[in-house]
Write a protein that binds this ligand. Structure first.
Ligand code: GTR
Length: 446
């Protein structure tokens, strides 16, 4: 992203008589921030005054025009209609057949975290079409609680990054490099010893365990490396004869990561220490999109949490605030079904919007978290998706978000839909975790 001054002043000279024109350019640029990615100029808006009026697709009107009257209409008809659209037009259909897998126990330590937790690691192996995919799973479970509620949180750079512990297997999968930073311990897309614990601020393990919760995590790149290539990751294990990429209505990377989440749930259920646990899936940013989507496709998930998930996570896409459909499809052409590209600069033709994604979680609790400075993710649009999803919760007698205006910063709302906008930027902080644990406790102790 280039700064305003770089755009205006690099390689250019201006004269005195250019000043009116310069003032005009600065005004326009500060309203429509100009971003560059992959060499293509992209315009995006982060000014609330410039959000154009839009009509949301009706949540509770059936395709035949009749109104959803009750839970039965919702569960038997409307929910399927909406889900099919998300499957075919947005995230892409997941494979119907299941792959056999093996679960290898890699590690078990009864005295982890100063003897407060049990640490476990497994390797899940899938084989098909002569290819193999391994997913390494790491868990910490509190010793003081039987069947504790567990957070399942996919991570961005390998299980070894969540805590500095030499016993954790370092991922051997391809890892994204962090721009302008040498702190992540990743060299040539391979994680090294130096990466241990580098994401620990996003995983406050001691606090999670002390509050009686467990944590499961896996590296999302084990399931599908995050770049535009469909010859690696899980997709090829499902190709039919002659295929080398998914069909136009089939899964992109976000569906693949959501699929990975469901496979780790198999491990949670297989592990006697958590077979009966409540399962909370939490994801940040692109993994927040995957977390919400996994909650929709897998009803074993008791609660889904979106941390700053933004465009194609919680945010209403018709607002075109911050990241847009065109921008996301251009920068990340591998994230969604190919069909989704039809909606570049054409949002109004998409028969769904993200309030419907949230509604598909009903009546299970869902939490949407925004950060005030994370305008790229459209905090207000994230709130509004929860607000407009609320009528689906009401069908069940559950309370969603009742005010069309978001709450003040750092004033959380904990109904069956939860929301907060905290101060600060795009990240996962202790404040976020405190809200998630409180929200989980409120719902699971009912
Ligand atoms: C950004 C992307 C967002 C969000 C974020 C992340 O580049 O535009 O949609 O997913 O990455 O995952 O960190």
């Amino acid at each position: 992203m280039k700064t305003l001054s770089t755009l205006l002043f690099r390689n250019r000279s201006y004269r005195y008589q250019d000043i009116p024109q310069l003032i005009y350019i600065i005004t326009v640029l500060s309203i429509f921030h100009v971003g560059y990615s992959f060499g293509q100029p992209e315009l995006f808006n982060v000014d609330e005054r410039l959000v154009e009026p839009y009509d949301l697709p009706e949540l509770l009107i059936l395709a035949n025009g009749q109104k959803v009257q009750n839970v039965a209409d919702w569960e038997h008809i409307r929910r399927h209609e909406i889900l099919d659209i998300f499957l075919e037009e947005v995230y892409g259909k997941l494979p119907l057949k299941d792959l056999q897998h093996t679960i290898e126990v890699v590690d078990r330590n009864e005295t982890a975290l100063n003897n407060t937790a049990i640490r476990q690691q497994w390797k899940l192996t899938f084989e098909s079409h002569g290819k193999q995919l391994d997913i390494e799973v790491l868990a910490y479970l509190p010793k003081s609680v039987t069947s504790p509620p567990v957070f399942l949180v996919p991570n961005f750079r390998g299980n070894q990054t969540i805590i500095n512990d030499p016993n954790i297997v370092i991922t051997s999968s391809w890892v994204r490099m962090r721009k302008n930073s040498d702190t992540s311990g990743v060299v040539d897309h391979k994680a090294t010893e130096a990466s241990r614990g580098t994401s620990s601020s996003r995983f406050p393990l001691e606090k999670i365990i002390a509050n009686g919760f467990g944590l499961y995590t896996f590296y999302y790149g084990d399931v599908d490396p995050d770049f535009n290539d469909f010859s690696n990751g899980i997709h090829p294990l499902f190709y039919e004869q002659g295929e080398d990429k998914p069909k136009s209505d089939a899964w992109g990377a976000i569906s693949a990561w959501a699929w990975g989440i469901t496979k780790v749930i198999d491990v949670i259920e297989y592990n006697p220490l958590s077979t009966d646990s409540k399962i909370i899936v939490m994801g940040h940013s692109r993994l927040g999109k995957a977390a919400l989507w996994s909650g929709v496709i897998d009803d074993r998930i008791d609660m889904a949490i979106s941390n700053n998930s933004g465009c194609m996570g919680a945010a209403i896409l018709r607002r075109r605030f911050g990241e847009t459909v065109k921008i996301i499809n251009t920068r990340f052409p591998h994230w969604f079904a190919d069909n989704f590209k039809k909606y570049n600069d054409n949002e109004k033709e998409l028969p769904v919007d993200q309030h419907m994604l949230i509604a598909l979680m009903a009546p299970r609790p869902v939490y949407i978290a925004s950060a005030e400075e994370d305008r790229w993710a459209d905090p207000k649009g994230e709130y509004l998706a929860g607000y407009y999803a609320s009528p689906a919760y009401k069908l069940y007698g559950e309370k969603g978000l009742s005010n069309p205006e978001p709450p003040a910063v750092n004033v959380p709302i904990h109904q069956t839909i939860g929301y907060h906008m905290r101060t600060g930027k795009h990240d996962v902080t202790d404040y976020d975790w405190e809200q998630y644990m409180k929200f989980a406790r409120t719902h699971f102790d009912k």
